[in-house]
Design a protein around this ligand. Sequence first.
Ligand SMILES: CC(C)(COP(=O)(O)OP(=O)(O)OC[C@H]1O[C@@H](n2cnc3c(N)ncnc32)[C@H](O)[C@@H]1OP(=O)(O)O)[C@@H](O)C(=O)NCCC(=O)NCCS
Length: 170
Amino acid sequence: MLVYQKLNKSNYNEILKIKHQLFPESNSDDDYIKYFNNEVKSNYYLVLKDNKPCATIGWYDFDNKNTDAFVGWFGVKPEFQGQGIGKEILQYIIDEVKALNYDYLRVYTDKVVNPISILLYNKMFDVKEAYLNSDKIGWTKNFVVFTKYLNNKREKWHNRSLNEDDNYNF
Ligand SMILES: CC(C)(COP(=O)(O)OP(=O)(O)OC[C@H]1O[C@@H](n2cnc3c(N)ncnc32)[C@H](O)[C@@H]1OP(=O)(O)O)[C@@H](O)C(=O)NCCC(=O)NCCS
């Protein structure tokens, strides 16, 4: 059984350890400070299996409009991958965000760096779009945005800025 521990000051380092292992190219550690200060609406978890940290996942609403929630720092430690944990904790976040009345759950990923995530998202989300914004990450043409519809609204992301350039050093 999986246990979901909300991000807090005592599990923060454990979450960062997983994040650094799975996303060495990202430098967004400071985002957690914003989450602690409630500057960005969000919710993050350290996930434990048999009392051992196995994964992290969460969501954030960067424009605080209660419309789009984005999956954030989603990763399963290598030794726990391929056991269904990724699918289960993503479903947990889908259910949570839907219960909070968001219209959309979205996620972006780098199809070159994280190809397995594409296979999972193809199954769990409704629509896939190439992210071709003229910002730094759009320029790479490697990023993809997936959307899950949570009610009867049907709006794609349409290359609006993901607001994430500061988090990458290309
Ligand atoms: C993407 C990731 C979270 C998947 O977690 P996981 O626990 O290994 O995934 P699951 O065991 O739940 O598998 C879910 C689906 O993903 C696909 N998948 C997972 N591992 C796979 C592999 N090695 N080869 C092919 N497909 C795979 C399958 O489609 C699987 O569905 P199925 O069980 O119906 O066949 C994990 O691989 C990971 O942390 N990768 C590095 C970080 C990352 O890419 N994060 C997401 C980017 S935003």
